[in-house]
Design a protein around this ligand. Structure first.
Ligand code: SAH
Length: 296
């Protein structure tokens, strides 16, 4: 394990210290300091990071088998149990948009598991185009109706049973009603940006590798992928949204992508307290393909 990785892991564990019992780690033992510690401290740090890793695996194990069937999501929409929907633009998209655009205009955005996120209209109003994928037809129709947009509806020949709903007359927003795992770059090409809010954290934990491979296959060479994840104690809540530690983000995307943690905020509100949580952090990562023009 390299020092960089050990350092990040220790910082992260320190961060979770209040509820990961028995890990005597410090908050600020970053890579530069860890490279200067003596051999004995180095050994101690290694055994600490080993036990931290065991803890992360145990925490991931808590939700590993949890499955939400597509029908359960549709049921939530039918019953208006959509507490994940926000009536305003996501503050972390707003804050980090410049980093996603990187000076570009007219960017093609992909929204996996889009719901009826208002962010799609916000971006389209700025001259970008949006492609989303969502299983709930009700959610898609509500998006257009609530934003006073007329839309057309067509079948998608490549995906049996799927439909695409397009905004009229501009056609800047196209929402595919299908299972995300049936979607591919052969249907709507690759994208210059991805906003992943409530998507990696919502798919079933056992599908994360498949999900990462699909997302990477949808990234254009200059794609800048903004990913929103949550850190909380999975002993206290079974999800969704699911717990996705930074270490797993790096292991899912690190072989083909650069992964940068842009922002980490305390996002605990009464909603999460009602789930039984006493700590809830929201992290935003910027992911770009290695050796791509997006890193420049
Ligand atoms: N990104 C949205 C919605 C997040 S909640 C927002 O920020 O508001 C997750 C959404 O994904 C739900 O609307 C659910 O209906 C949809 N969904 C879950 N699994 C899916 C799948 N496999 N394919 C397509 N949509 C899915």
């Amino acid at each position: 394990m390299n020092d960089d990785f050990t350092g990040c892991l220790l910082v992260w564990c320190g961060f979770l210290n209040s509820w990961v019992n028995g890990i005597p780690v410090k908050y600020n033992l970053g890579p530069s300091l860890s490279s200067r510690v003596d051999q004995r401290a180095g050994d101690r740090a290694r055994s600490t990071s080993d036990s931290a890793q065991v803890n992360i695996s145990r925490m991931l194990g808590q939700q590993a088998e949890r499955v939400m069937a597509l029908g359960e999501w549709e049921e939530r929409w039918q019953q208006d149990r959509i507490g994940f929907h926000q009536p305003t633009v996501h503050r972390m998209l707003e804050k980090n948009l410049d980093k996603v655009l990187n000076g570009r205009t007219g960017v093609r955005f992909f929204f996996p598991l889009c719901g009826k996120a208002i962010d799609m209209k916000w971006l389209a109003d700025q001259g970008h185009s949006v492609v989303g994928v969502e299983i709930s037809e009700k959610g898609i129709q509500q998006f257009f109706e609530e934003n006073n947009m007329t839309f057309s509806e067509e079948p998608v020949p490549e995906i049996p049973g799927a439909k695409v709903f397009r905004q009229n007359p501009e056609k800047n927003i196209s929402l595919y009603q299908c299972d995300l795992f049936q979607f591919s770059s052969s249907i709507a090409g690759r994208f210059g940006a991805i906003w992943d809010r409530g998507s990696l954290v919502a798919i079933n934990p056992k599908d994360r590798e498949k999900y990462a491979a699909l997302i990477v296959s949808l990234m254009d060479n200059d794609c800048r992928y903004l990913l929103d994840t949550f850190l909380y104690n999975p002993d206290q809540y079974r999800g969704p949204p699911f717990f996705v530690p930074d270490e797993q983000v790096r292991s899912l995307f690190g072989s083909s992508c650069n992964v940068e943690l842009l922002q980490s905020v305390d996002a605990l509100t009464d909603r999460q307290r009602d789930w039984g949580l006493d700590s809830f952090m929201e992290n935003i990562h910027l992911i770009t393909l290695k050796n791509s023009s997006a890193t420049k």
